[in-house]
Design a protein around this ligand. Sequence first.
Ligand SMILES: O=C(O)CCC(=O)C(=O)O
Ligand SMILES: [Fe+2]
Length: 363
Amino acid sequence: MTDGNTSWDQGNISYRIVDVISLKTCDKAAFCERYLQPGIPCVIEDLVTEWPAFHKWDKDYLKQTCGGTRVFFHHETEGRTDFARPATQTTLSDFMVRIENGEPIRFFSPAHPVYDFVAGNPIFTDDVWPRTFAHLLPGGRFIGLDRLDARFWPWLPPFPPQLYVANAGSLSPGHYDEDLSHTFHCCFWGNKSVKLFADDPRSRNAMRYLSDIDLSQPLDSIHLKRHPELAGLSGWSAWLRPGQVLFIPSRMWHWFKYEELSLAYVVRARSFNSWRAYSEFARGPQGPPNTFPTHADLWRRVSWRERGLWGNLLVTFERPIILGTWVVMKALYLYFLESGRRRRVVSWLAERWGPSRVGRKTL
Ligand SMILES: O=C(O)CCC(=O)C(=O)O
Ligand SMILES: [Fe+2]
């Protein structure tokens, strides 16, 4: 420990303890000023403890209310999701029994109707009050949608609400959420620990390198030899208990470790209200041209009747749809890149020859 009990060094990385706040003493203005705008994580103590889900969603209730629902789950090897093994489909009841028996499996969803039982089951919308988060978020709409409105995913963030369930020892690889949203990670069962780092282009390579490393343990010196820039990294550390919500600001890298069998309900909020920021999302790894192929594969697993109009269109015209979307996204990107370039050229000319001459030249 270097600073009482609020920060310490762990294998050359220094961590600050995430603030634990209460909504009784932190209103929206204070939350935005202290956490959301500067991009600082915090744990919110009294946000979901009033939700019916927090009291009702034990294993028996889930088995009783939607035990027959088909779910896909992933297999894990040494705490990591084994993507070489295809996801397995079973009932929610069977998944619950397996996970209670300590099987190394995990559930998380790619926000697709074939896979995602959360959107389709009344308890996952009736027992939760995600609108509570609207009281903490800055206002503003984008094409008429508020920040929590996930109806237009995967065209527009946020990524819809999700469940994460895994057994003790499970590790989620370090990443930041590519939909660029602010994330409210609501822990309902079991303790989790998490390490967080602000995104910084200078340390992005180091973050990617660390992605599969268990940061709950001190960093082995071999990693520091390979990447000397890892020495002196500074981040945050939190221990999340049931009933607490971790606020992860947009573009914050996070490494979760399941200290116990845990279930979390995650609500995301769009972090932007502008076309410029949209174009950044759209050409990123979770932009529509990259998400559509995964969705098309999932739609192919079900009959044409279950697919609906969009699913059938995507399966039948996958390539033209992806190409068309890619062209639109590229055009948006070039428009903003060009307007950025235009501004840079104008300010360069202004510096050289003064504003009045530049004004004559560019008008
Ligand atoms: O809990 C997990 O396994 C990962 C959660 C996560 O990445 C998130 O909430 O964005
Ligand atoms: Fe995440």
